[in-house]
Design a protein around this ligand. Sequence first.
Ligand code: ADP
Length: 465
Amino acid sequence: SGARVRQARNKRLPQYLERDVDVKFEDVAGLGKIRLELEEIVKFFTHAEMYRRRGVKIPGGILLCGPPGVGKTLLAKAVAGEAGVNFFSISASQFVEIYVGVGAARVRALYQEAKDNAPAVVFIDEVDAVGRERGLIKGSGGQERDATLNQLLVCLDGFEGRGDVITIASTNRPDILDPALVRPGRFDRKIYIPKPSLTGRIEILKVHARKKPMSEDVDYMAVASMTDGMVGAELANIVEVAAINMLRDGRTEITTDDLLQAAQMEERGMLDRKERSPEMWKRIALNEAAQAVAAVNFPDLRNIEFVTIAPRAGRELGYVRMKMDHVKFKEGMLSRQSLLDHITVQLAPRAADEVWYGEDQLSTIWAETADNARSAARTFVLGGLSEKHHGLSNFWTAERINDIDLEALRILNICYERAKKILNRNRKLMDAVVDELVEKKSLTKKEFFHLVEIHGLLEPVPPSI
Ligand code: ADP
């Protein structure tokens, strides 16, 4: 083909070409509808003529936005792989040089190579390194970057609408890009790639499990639910580490346990980089341990999937993430007694703070669970479950509002005392859970119940309502 002839004539080997890129859309998982947008980009290559005839504007550049490790690079490769075109890549940090003119020369060389080997995808990783709004950086380094950015703009404009070289850039900071870069005809298409959802994580794990000897009964849901907040790169790593675990033990199949252990290591690695004093970790662990230890006392609540002190899904403070049998609660099938138990569990973090640190050193770590308890107590009273207000007749009157709050308060106090008793009676177990949480950052179901077994669980405190 013409491209190949031109390549042969061009004696110098292309420097930025990545050979043997064999990525397909099926290798990128958990994207949902985003995939459709990328399939369209493939069509710009495969159906360029048709688009041109119909007067559809072919974009020069596409911006993939999202945190590191969600698969932006992988996607760009998949576009090239699906379209069957060459893939050129560079990290924008390589553009940023101290010597004036070097960055711009590299941009020119990159696009010259792409042109000589068209059709091609040009991938620019971390484009914000060079595309940061001009004038934000002072001094000669800034000047050099401006020259590089200008060159990039020139190159983008040169390929606008042609459809033989399409630039895909990635960034985690689309907000700081120079407006000139995102003007129509340049990176005028933004695609946001978020962190994967629960089902997304299951899919990603399965993609990476495809080429591995997985045991047939692997519980991907269990692994996905304890990896809340993790991205594709971390999930891929978990599968790799699980495979190493398996080999080290001389086994031939990767089990759920291998994956859970690997997930735990990944999380610990991630969290050890988080700046938090040992005292803070301990405090958060106490908060989580209290809920888990309290919950394990009650039949409807003891279905704990895992306990973790990792900050999750947009929340800054770590908290115990238990997967309790909330189903019954949500479906309204919790018995009167179980609702009281639930309130007790939600008050346990506050109780632990008092028992371990004392009244004058309370934190506010328990604020969220205390809110849950308060709202559940009101449900309890308003629903007529409290013995003082059996039956709802004549209940919704203004003068009773105060009564409702008073009765809810009474329930909260009783449950609070009960939570304190439970924690006091299970101090050894509590301390063990806290220590192991601080060390491992999260405990699998098995590990948690192992501690419960070792330290024994004392008879539950009888209800006093
Ligand atoms: P980014 O460019 O967003 O920083 P990468 O594309 O470099 O992320 O991802 C690194 C690796 O993580 C990929 O090569 C792949 O193995 C894995 N990965 C990331 N996201 C996904 C995904 N959505 N599906 C499958 N694997 C993924």
